[in-house]
Design a protein around this ligand. Structure first.
Ligand SMILES: CC(C)(COP(=O)(O)OP(=O)(O)OC[C@H]1O[C@@H](n2cnc3c(N)ncnc32)[C@H](O)[C@@H]1OP(=O)(O)O)[C@@H](O)C(=O)NCCC(=O)NCCS
Length: 433
């Protein structure tokens, strides 16, 4: 078998797109409503092949051709992958460049022969040569990407809220009522699509873990095969959009699953818009329950409700997997909650330039990281995937240490790392790519 891995040419794009798992039709392994929803994105519904029109749109609007690569076996395209030039918001510093690994697939006839490994080698070398210190991806299965140094770094939940229990606690209700002058407006898709990218761009720069939009990302918002989407905007007192929600009211013949408001997206740049939008969605006439499919694990709404238990989490999953392509560069790029130093031994089999003992000096104003002197004894040991999970502050070192993934070589180092890496909010990402 003669294998070649290289960037695709423009006239190979249709064959590429037809081979991408999302376009070729993945099996639907998510049985419950809203569970498969993964943010504004470009994929077609699970199980369905893309139409010719969708393939054409995908080709013109989504790809960065020079970063779109395929594996060819004896000249036939059998594997797909690509890197999107994105940004990731990291602690203290805002957005930094990130290579977004996407469209990974190998035809069923050619699996388990090392094609993904070869494509990943090329993609991470490409990120490294471009100076992207971080790479990220969303994983179809949890067992695939750890071996390449990716660790789950943001998590998301799906939750449900009964309309009959959606009452604000008195403090939240009076705070909400005191914000005068804001208003909600039901709008059509075109109006919502004119407002959403700007709103999301504003919010994402402040939200650790959030990935930037990319050309064509909002296509997923207009492509709507199962039921009509509805759009509501919130305007602040100054008349500027400071919140938006996209939701559906799917009809069902089954009384148990009728009257459900499915929330695809809710973004808000002000506290008032956030509260008003949720209260609007939770109290629509002829409905009985809200289901939100992709939300942060530390949703503030829970703490605004009179009955905090009424917001019931029904599913939790990882979302963004992070890989430090340049360990010292990435560790020095973020800031740290408290000032401190750490000497860390990193093992990185797939990107060996990262292996070794590193000294990190960091604090709220910035950080530096360089190879430790020969005399400096390592205090903690991590592998690349564990470092990816720690990087955004979404997973504390304690549980990873208890799982045997962070040997503490000098007592006290784990507590110091915990204090330095901690974040006030759980990292969260809404962008599917
Ligand atoms: C996942 C997929 C891309 C793997 O491609 P592949 O060419 O078979 O992978 P490779 O042969 O390069 O395997 C590399 C390693 O990953 C392992 N691996 C690959 N797929 C795996 C899976 N689904 N579960 C667990 N391990 C897996 C292999 O055993 C191998 O391990 P090793 O390095 O220890 O020997 C391919 O199976 C596929 O297209 N699956 C369906 C679509 C999909 O899930 N795509 C991923 C989207 S995020």
């Amino acid at each position: 078998m003669d294998i070649e891995i290289r960037a695709v040419s423009a006239d190979e794009m249709d064959a590429f797109i037809r081979a991408v798992p999302g376009a070729a039709g993945l099996p639907n392994w998510e049985p419950e409503p809203a569970a498969g929803w993964s943010g504004p994105g470009t994929g077609s519904p699970f199980g369905a092949r893309m139409s010719d029109e969708e393939v054409a749109r995908y080709r013109t609007e989504v790809r960065e051709l020079d970063r779109t690569q395929a594996a060819f076996s004896d000249g036939k395209l059998v594997g797909t992958s690509g890197v999107l030039t994105l940004e990731l918001t990291i602690p203290g510093q805002g957005p930094v460049p990130m290579g977004g690994v996407t469209s990974v697939g190998v035809l069923a006839t050619h699996r388990r022969r090392g094609l993904l490994r070869g494509m990943m080698r090329a993609m991470l070398d490409d990120c490294h040569s471009r100076g992207e210190m971080l790479a990220g991806l969303g994983a179809s299965e949890g067992s695939i990407y750890g071996r390449y140094g990716f660790g789950p770094a943001t998590f998301q939940v799906r939750w449900e809220l009964e309309r009959s229990k959606a009452r604000l606690a008195s403090a939240s209700a009076s705070a909400s009522a005191s914000v005068a002058g804001g208003r909600l407006e039901l709008v059509d898709a075109a109006t919502a699509l004119a407002a959403l990218p700007g709103l999301q761009d504003e919010v994402r720069q402040r939200r650790v873990g959030q990935v930037s939009a990319y050309p064509g990302m909002w296509i997923g918002m207009t492509s709507d095969r199962d039921s009509a989407k509805r759009f509501v905007l919130h305007y602040g007192p100054d008349g500027v959009v400071d919140g938006a929600a996209v939701y559906r009211l799917p009809w069902s013949p089954d009384p148990a699953s009728s009257g459900i408001v499915q929330v695809d997206l809710l973004e808000a740049s002000s506290a008032a818009a956030y509260t008003e939008l949720w209260m609007f969605l939770a109290d629509l006439d002829l409905t009985k329950r809200v289901i939100a499919g992709k939300r942060p694990v530390d949703e503030p709404l829970r703490w605004q409700l009179a009955d905090t238990r009424s917001l019931r989490v029904t599913r939790m999953s990882d979302d963004l997997w992070v890989r430090l392509v340049d360990v010292p560069g990435a560790l020095a790029a973020r800031s740290y909650q408290v000032a401190g130093s750490l000497v860390v031994e990193v093992t990185d089999e797939f990107c060996p330039w990262n292996s070794g003992v590193w000294r990190l000096d960091g604090g709220p104003d910035g950080a530096s990281c360089s190879r430790a002197s020969a005399a400096a004894a390592p205090e903690l040991a991590v592998d690349a995937a564990t470092l990816g999970s720690l990087y955004l502050g979404g997973t504390a070192p304690g549980p990873l240490a208890r799982a045997g993934r962070i040997p503490e070589l000098v007592p006290g180092a784990l507590n110091r790392a915990t204090a330095m890496l901690a974040q006030p909010d759980a990292p969260f990402n809404l962008t599917g790519f």
